[in-house]
Ligand binder design. Structure first.
Ligand code: ATP
Ligand code: MG
Length: 337
């Protein structure tokens, strides 16, 4: 059964077009002109219960706008939308009982009261049975490490602490679906890790459907099995993550740190075809390689013949680059056809 379904979903914004200066403002008063911004166009989604989906795209692609239509914050300007069989905007109250929402940039907690009191207020708003609430509170407190945070006011929490509390809030009423719009933005690696673990666990153990937006490929690869890419309001890829990487991401890179100065000319000579030094410093080097021809281990061994490696890091391509590759791959396909 599909818990999220859209057909030809569209959202345009009308924004006032004002010429600069007082004259412009006065003119606008008498003869207002508008510009139409197409944020989302012809989006078809079919997401089944229990899936974990990453919704990805460059800045301004239409991700947040889509999430806002699915959560009932925005009314679509075209197309159909159903979430758990409901119209999210027209049946907003009922819809909100079935979904949890996390916006990385905002909080659902009240600033000035202890976190636990925000929890109980939301429990009452969502009419969560006392037993469910007690079980969930214990479960989330353990998994997200909330014990020391519950009696502090939200105002005094760090970003990572607040985000952990917000996740608990989003899931406290046992929603079937949770929407997360950049839940790891601005967080350090340790907190990101914890949040990813948490999301994977609730998806696996409780069957919660997850739809997540992020610019962090690590989040996406770790938490989600399916990837939907949106660019300029349109879906350009919908499929498995592995399928995308295999098809469009041919290169990977390794960055190494050396204990001594790297002899660049001899390092360059050591690299075989398909392995290329793309950045080099005194004691640092980034090497890009063809992931179909070499494993990271192969490449590291080659580098170690030319440099005293003390540390290394595998770097994943950023999402902008993946999107670019998808386009280029398409062009190739079209030219080939
Ligand atoms: N309330 C609004 N009024 C006018 N234009 C808007 C409004 N909200 C969004 N837009 C425009 O719609 C487009 C899509 O915005 P959206 O916030 O959905 O992008 P996004 O994919 O979430 O980007 P980001 O990665 O930066 O969060 C952008 O061009 C944006 O300027
Ligand atoms: Mg956004």
């Amino acid at each position: 059964m599909n818990v999220i379904e859209t057909k030809g979903l569209c959202k345009s914004f009308r924004s006032p077009l004002k010429k600069p200066g007082v004259l412009g403002a006065v003119r606008h008063l008498f003869r207002p002109e508008h510009r139409e911004i197409v944020a989302v166009t012809e989006v078809d989604l079919a997401i089944a219960a229990g899936e974990s989906v990453a919704y990805v795209g460059p800045n301004g692609a239409g991700k947040s706008t889509t999430i806002k239509m699915l959560t009932g914050i925005l009314l679509p300007t075209g197309g159909e939308v159903r979430v758990n069989g409901l119209h999210p905007y027209h049946q907003r109250m009922r819809n909100s009982k079935n979904i949890g929402v996390v916006f990385g940039q905002r909080t659902q907690l009240w600033w000035d009261i202890p976190v636990i009191e925000s929890f109980t207020l939301l429990r009452d708003i969502y009419e969560v049975p006392e037993k469910t609430y007690a079980e969930n509170l214990a479960y989330f407190t353990g998994m997200l490490g909330l014990a020391e945070l519950l009696h502090q006011s939200a105002r005094r929490l760090s970003l990572g602490q607040r985000m952990r509390c917000d996740l608990a809030v989003a899931l406290m009423h046992n929603p079937a679906i949770v929407f997360l719009d950049e839940p790891t933005i601005g967080l350090d690696v340790a907190v990101k890790e914890r949040i990813r673990e948490f999301l994977k666990t609730v998806n696996r153990e409780r069957g919660v459907t997850i739809m997540l937006t992020s610019h962090d490929l690590g989040d996406i690869e770790d938490v989600c099995r399916r990837l939907i890419i949106i660019d300029a309001g349109r879906i350009i890829y919908d499929g498995s993550i592995q399928g995308l990487l295999d098809r469009y991401v041919k290169q990977r890179s390794i960055r190494i740190i050396a204990s001594a100065r790297i002899d660049q000319p001899s390092a360059a000579r050591a690299m075989p075809a398909g392995v290329e030094i793309v950045h080099a410093d005194e004691r640092e080097m980034t090497v890009e390689f063809d992931r179909f021809r070499y494993t990271a281990k192969d490449v590291l061994e080659i580098i170690m013949t030319a440099a005293e490696v003390v540390d290394f890091q595998l770097e994943e391509p950023d999402i902008e680059r993946v999107v670019k590759n998808v386009y280029e791959g398409r062009l190739e396909l079209e030219q080939g056809a």
